[in-house]
Design a protein around this ligand. Structure first.
Ligand SMILES: NC(=O)C1=CN([C@@H]2O[C@H](COP(=O)(O)OP(=O)(O)OC[C@H]3O[C@@H](n4cnc5c(N)ncnc54)[C@H](OP(=O)(O)O)[C@@H]3O)[C@@H](O)[C@H]2O)C=CC1
Ligand SMILES: N[C@@H](C=O)C(=O)O
Length: 264
């Protein structure tokens, strides 16, 4: 990737986003860092400028707020230097589905799906026009596993995977790389913010290991990168089975098992 490409990272004030910022700064890229906590963003920006000599701009935004989201969209549309979007900002949710209140539902969907989709949609036409660039969407293995007990959060992450796969099919022929990254439990603040104790989890990946693995997938131009999945064939088999369904599910007549017996 051209080192003059600027990378815009959402959720850059901590965890996975801050680690992406550090790694891309080391690669010599200028950065635009987006999150709500300006003090933390400023401190990170100052450190990255000093350590790596790159230009780092801070864009304070609450991506669940219309005006802030619109400002980041505008920046992605207008700034031709930005060639990569790391669509990372997200929040988790705890509790059973029946315990979710309207406000919490709105917030998690607004951040994990609406903002992510709108930012991708803001930058994609310009990248497609230029025939280059990349969009990285951070999903989660929870989006593959309703059994993990995070129904609402997992649903937003299933959305991220579907969106990324569709975007990849549409945009890769136009020169734009789209990657879905699916971490499993990773040591960041997301757990505490959602009121969960990370120490209760059996397996937790360190954030540096997660982002470095995601970047190996990025450099290989993988469409879906699942750092904790050791046997890559398992994903290939799952996705292959899904693709195998496509011709089967496009039928004009209901399947035999759904037909009413004649006379009833
Ligand atoms: N850690 C894990 O176990 C896993 C994480 N993920 C995903 O990784 C992504 C990053 O999370 P992670 O680094 O773990 O968690 P963190 O809580 O450390 O980071 C979340 C980031 O999102 C920002 N953010 C939160 N709310 C908003 C908002 N309303 N507007 C703008 N920015 C916001 C936070 O900054 P600020 O508070 O300053 O706004 C912070 O920079 C998320 O999408 C998450 O779902 C996926 C699988 C596993
Ligand atoms: N962020 C985690 C849940 O809170 C996950 O996706 O595993």
């Amino acid at each position: 990737m051209n080192p003059s490409t600027t990378i815009l990272i959402t959720g850059a004030s901590s965890g996975i986003g801050a680690t992406y910022a550090e790694r891309f700064a080391r690669r010599g890229h200028d950065l635009v860092l987006v999150a709500r906590d300006k003090e933390r963003l400023d401190a990170l920006a100052e450190r990255l400028r000093a350590d790596s000599g790159v230009a780092v701009e801070v864009l304070q935004a609450d991506l669940t707020q219309a005006a802030d989201l619109a400002a980041v969209e505008q920046r992605l549309r207008d700034d031709a230097r930005i060639g990569v979007l790391i669509n990372n900002a997200g929040m988790a949710q705890t509790g059973a589905f029946v315990q979710q209140g309207a406000e919490a539902i709105e917030r998690v969907i607004a951040l994990n799906t609406t903002a992510l989709t709108r930012l991708a949609a803001a930058v994609a036409p310009r990248l497609a026009q230029a025939g280059t660039g990349a969009i990285v969407n951070i999903g989660s293995v929870v989006g593959l596993a309703p059994e993990l007990g995070m129904t609402l959060y997992g649903a937003t992450k299933a959305f991220v995977l579907f969106l990324s796969q569709g975007m990849s099919l549409e945009l890769s022929p136009r020169g734009v790389y789209v990657q879905a990254v699916l971490p499993a439990a990773t040591r960041t603040e997301i757990w505490e913010r959602a009121g969960m104790d990370i120490n209760q989890l059996p397996e937790v990946m360190e954030v540096g290991e997660l982002v470095d693995a995601a970047l190996v997938g990025f450099d290989r131009r993988e469409a879906v990168t699942i750092p904790p999945l050791h046997v890559a064939d398992r994903w290939d088999a799952l996705d292959g089975a899904r693709q195998g369904l496509i011709s089967d599910i496009r039928q004009a007549n209901a399947a035999e098992r759904y037909r009413q017996p004649i006379g009833q």
